[in-house]
Design a protein around this ligand. Structure first.
Ligand SMILES: [Zn+2]
Ligand SMILES: [Zn+2]
Length: 244
């Protein structure tokens, strides 16, 4: 793995994210997730095919080879471990660690990695709720699809783009926390959901909240948002750098 360039490792991480988010693994979507041009993606994918990391099927979708998946799993596990370490051991705010981990994750030795794993103790997910290593990924529902009156627990912030994490932190939307879906208002892209939690109540934009996966502990029978059934691809859109 150490012989792979940082760029290759980042591609593997992004492809892994497309798999997990259920976003179609096309060259265009990968280019959007990585914020690079399609010709660069095309060239890199050719090299990755030669290196037996990915293959392209008849529909041009990008698939991991066994080797590609194995390497990607290790890189992603390390990214999440570093995030958990930065929050739990170093006390860095959880909305700042994704970029930090991204910068650090390529230069950590296996020995340091093992030590960090020991130091995070019983933490099994990154601070955004994504499982580290083999820890199971609990299925969830997008927040806007949950009826008003429901009691929910936030499982994961599926999209770790910096702006998205800052937004969720500002609105106290945090993995592991419990909320009541209190009300809905607005239409289309303006739609919003009110969440009542321990520290009061907030309105969150459904366009962003559809990247929040929740578990429903008690299902209400109120309104659901029109943005609830939005396609997974919408996780890629946004003002700046949504997507990973
Ligand atoms: Zn991250
Ligand atoms: Zn994370």
């Amino acid at each position: 793995m150490e012989s792979l360039s940082e760029a290759t490792q980042e591609y593997l991480e992004s492809i892994y994210w497309l798999y997990e988010s259920g976003i179609e693994r096309t060259q265009a979507n990968l280019a959007r997730a990585l914020q690079v041009s399609q010709p660069s993606v095309s060239e890199m994918l050719r090299r990755m095919v030669d290196d037996d990391l990915v293959s392209r099927d008849d529909a041009k979708l990008i698939n991991f080879t066994d080797r590609g998946r194995e390497v990607a799993e290790r890189i992603v596990a390390r990214h999440r471990l570093v995030e958990a370490y930065l929050v739990k051991v170093m006390g860095i705010p959880w909305d700042d660690v994704h970029e930090e981990a991204h910068a650090m994750e390529h230069s950590i030795s296996p020995r340091l990695e093992a030590k960090m794993l020991e130091m995070i103790g019983d933490v099994h997910t990154c601070p955004h709720g994504h499982p580290i290593g083999d820890y199971p990924r609990e299925p969830g529902e997008p927040l806007p699809s949950v009826p008003v009156g429901s009691t929910i627990v936030v499982l994961r912030l599926e999209n770790e783009a910096e702006e998205m994490l800052h937004y969720m932190k500002r609105h106290a939307v945090e993995p592991g926390h419990t909320y009541t879906v209190a009300a809905r208002r607005g239409e289309g892209e303006e739609a919003e959901t009110e969440l009542a939690g321990e520290s009061g109540s907030v309105w969150v934009q459904d366009a962003l909240a559809r990247t929040v996966s929740v578990r429903v502990d008690d299902r209400g029978d109120g309104e659901i948002s029109a943005l609830g059934a939005a396609a997974a691809e919408l996780q890629l859109v946004g003002p700046d750098r949504w997507g990973m």
